[in-house]
Ligand binder design. Structure first.
Ligand SMILES: Cc1cc2nc3c(=O)[nH]c(=O)nc-3n(C[C@H](O)[C@H](O)[C@H](O)COP(=O)(O)O)c2cc1C
Length: 153
């Protein structure tokens, strides 16, 4: 399968989870492309100028941090313009500081889903890593197991 990870990561948390996922997918024989929005985002002006293609993948994983109790702005701006295949297989990943999803994680997931709903995507799995949680490593392990096994179905 050709898989695209389209992600934003400011301090490297989200990217570090993706790096682990990438290994798992590659071990299963998939081809993975990691595409960062970071370089295409002007943090001061809050403008994203880089809109990589997403409709050439069998699976697209969107990943982002939560910022200000919402989906981070570059991912919001990206998803406003993204073109997907109809019924695109997707996976959604978020990282956030707080231990509970009610502090922005749930909202950010809803924003992601709303932005792409017109394509009627098949969302294989979704997950949030709570960075300040004592359970963080376990959460990452579970997400990797869940996301990885969704590929086998
Ligand atoms: C400007 C800003 C706003 C943030 N707002 C939230 C928030 O509302 N809720 C939360 O749980 N974490 C918040 N965080 C923490 C990040 O979501 C968290 O550290 C995330 O794992 C960072 O991922 P990254 O290193 O991939 O950018 C915020 C971080 C920044 C820089």
């Amino acid at each position: 399968m050709k898989i695209g990870f389209i992600f934003y990561s400011e301090s490297g948390h989200t990217l570090s989870v993706l790096n682990q996922l990438e290994k798992v997918y590659k071990n299963k024989g998939h081809f993975v492309e990691k595409i960062s929005l970071y370089e295409g985002y002007d943090i001061k002006k809050r403008i994203l100028t880089y809109f990589p293609k997403a409709n050439e993948y069998d699976l697209v994983l969107f990943a982002s941090p939560v910022q200000a109790f919402s989906l981070a702005i570059p991912m919001v701006q990206y998803l406003e313009h993204v073109e997907l295949k109809k019924e695109q297989k997707t996976q959604l990943l978020l990282t956030q500081h707080f231990k509970r999803a009610c502090f922005g994680g749930n909202r950010a997931l809803r924003q992601m889903k709303k932005a792409i709903e017109g394509y009627n995507p098949v969302i294989l799995c979704e997950g949030i890593v709570h960075w300040s949680s004592k359970e963080r490593e376990l959460q990452i392990e579970q997400i990797i197991a869940q996301f990885g096994s969704a590929m086998d179905e």
